[in-house]
Design a protein around this ligand. Structure first.
Ligand code: FAD
Ligand code: 2HG
Ligand code: ZN
Length: 469
């Protein structure tokens, strides 16, 4: 029996795709950096199916590449070019298993879309605070596997901070079921913590028990014009103190990014502030009936008086709020319309951000003259998407050829400032060499040992995070 026939017996005929047109969407990553091949795409309907598949693949030494919503930025969900790997799509594991409003937790399967998880929480007046521009298409399993960040990390932390328990299928097909909603459990090593951010290299996440919070009852959102990134940092400190730490989002958008959005994303309109080199999207939220709008207005008026901000507009209703968020969330889409971008998903200690922006901008202009900087992002977390887009009329190949030297210079700068070359997008296959270069040798060795003890036959997403073999 050939492999696809064997898989159909194992999982049911509907769970195995092998026709070229059917598998094609699973073989290219969101950024179109990688084009893989596959034996077949398997879509088991439940955890038992995932378990049978892994047990069989482990015996047969067939590599398995898990895939969620395929919105990842580092090629982690794309198989290699050998055509010998299987893609394991989690999309059919999409049930909300339990919602516990009084215990502030919910249990969902890995293939649930992030938006579906947020909606399940909202139905019982609870908040699941993870929020990304891709929330309509990424899956919670993918968020866990990449330890996604997003726009509310400042208040609620990364995905890792939102996990109570996990169900994971190990390389040999055994199921580690630790879906307990316990808030306190100090019994030995934190095994579930290892799977978060492991990008499918240690196990397949099939379900998760997640933390919920009281739903927001008050929200105030502002678009703030500022002259300088240093002002952003000072304003962040002031706002956190003045609001009793109710600042949930603090995003930086340069004028050039706003211009791209207004030019390329239909339905967007310029916010009502003076033009400035930089803008902030600031949001305060509270589960109580607080007058956040007055608080934000007063804090921003004081910031303008003291010269920290140039101008600001506070959203008066949910439509205005959505419009402001649209401007921020559309930056990746607008950059995509312009063409290929050279991306650097970096973080540095917040106080070092202005120094990074000055030195990094100089490197970008010198080392990639065909590009222009679109550096934006989660400045409240010290995380910038320090991206370059290509100038119109310049040569595609010349621009792309700048990538290695520019990347090295930017990542060396980040390292010299005590930062990270991958703040929230992970390693995948794109940054394996960077991890080897920047991770301390002792950490890299421990990672390799962990990988070997979880996956001795190397069938789980080989070549991702760590070099295969
Ligand atoms: P995939 O891309 O399918 O997979 C990602 C990795 O996880 C791969 O290595 C895959 O093998 C592994 N994997 C997937 N599911 C499982 C599973 N069940 N078990 C084990 N391994 C698994 N990221 C951020 O962090 N912050 C942002 O603000 C953000 N904004 C974005 C905005 C846009 C418009 C886009 C396109 C992407 C954005 N991303 C962001 C990147 C991306 O959405 C996240 O990395 C997301 O968490 C990936 O989820 P996914 O389901 O698409 O995973
Ligand atoms: C965001 O914050 C995402 O918008 C995407 O993380 C970043 O496209 C990017 O570089
Ligand atoms: Zn981001």
């Amino acid at each position: 029996m050939d492999i696809t026939a064997r898989l159909r017996v194992l999982l049911g005929p509907e769970a195995v795709l092998s026709a070229p047109d059917d598998v094609a969407p699973y073989l290219v990553d969101h950024r179109r950096l990688y084009q893989g091949k596959t034996l077949a795409v398997c879509q088991p309907a439940d955890v038992a199916g995932v378990s049978r598949l892994l047990a069989w693949c482990n015996e047969a030494r067939i590599a398995v590449v898990p895939q969620g919503g395929n919105t990842g930025y580092c090629g982690g969900a794309t198989p290699d070019e050998s055509g010998q790997q299987l893609v394991l799509s989690l999309r059919r594991l999409n049930k909300v298993r339990a919602v516990d409003a009084s215990g502030f937790s919910l249990t969902v399967e890995a293939g649930c879309l992030l938006a579906q998880v947020q909606a399940a929480a909202a139905e019982v007046q609870r908040l699941f605070p993870l929020s990304l521009g891709s929330e309509g298409s990424c899956q919670i399993g993918g968020n866990l596997a990449t330890n996604a960040g997003g726009t509310s990390v400042l208040r609620y932390g990364m995905t890792r901070d939102l996990v109570l328990g996990l169900e994971v299928v190990l390389a040999d097909g055994s199921v580690l079921s630790s879906l307990s909603p316990l808030r306190k459990d100090n019994t030995g090593y934190d095994l579930k913590g290892l799977f978060v951010g492991s990008e499918g290299t240690l196990g397949i996440i099939t379900a998760a028990c997640l933390k919920l919070f009281p739903a927001d009852r008050s929200v105030a959102t502002a678009w703030v014009a500022i002259a300088d990134p240093q002002d952003a940092i000072s304003l962040l400190g002031r706002l956190r103190a003045a609001s009793g730490d109710r600042c949930s989002s603090f995003e930086l958008v340069p004028q050039v990014a706003l211009d791209l959005v207004l030019q390329h994303v239909p339905g967007t309109r310029s916010p009502d502030t003076v033009a400035a080199p930089w803008y902030l999207l600031v949001e305060l939220t509270s589960p109580a009936d607080d007058d956040l709008e007055t608080l934000l207005n007063e804090a921003l008026a004081a910031a303008i008086d003291s010269g920290l901000a140039l101008d600001a507009v506070v959203a008066q209703n949910s439509t205005q709020r959505d419009n402001l968020w649209r401007l921020r969330e559309s930056v990746p889409a607008a950059q995509r319309v312009v063409g290929h971008s050279l991306k650097h998903d970096i973080s540095v200690p917040i106080a070092a951000l202005p120094q990074f922006i000055t030195a990094g901008s100089h490197l970008a202009h010198t080392l990639a003259p065909e590009g222009f900087l679109v550096g934006y992002g989660h400045v409240g977390d010290g995380n910038l998407h320090f991206n370059l887009s290509q100038r119109p009329g310049t040569d595609n190949a010349a621009f792309a050829a700048r990538e290695p030297a520019l990347k090295r210079a930017i990542h060396d700068l980040v390292a010299s400032l005590g930062g990270s070359f991958s703040a929230e997008h992970g390693i995948g296959q794109l940054k394996v060499g960077e991890l080897e270069r920047y991770a301390p040798a002792a950490e890299l060795l421990l990672m390799q040992r962990i990988k070997h003890s979880f996956d001795p036959n190397g069938i789980l997403n080989p070549g991702k995070v760590l070099r295969a073999g």
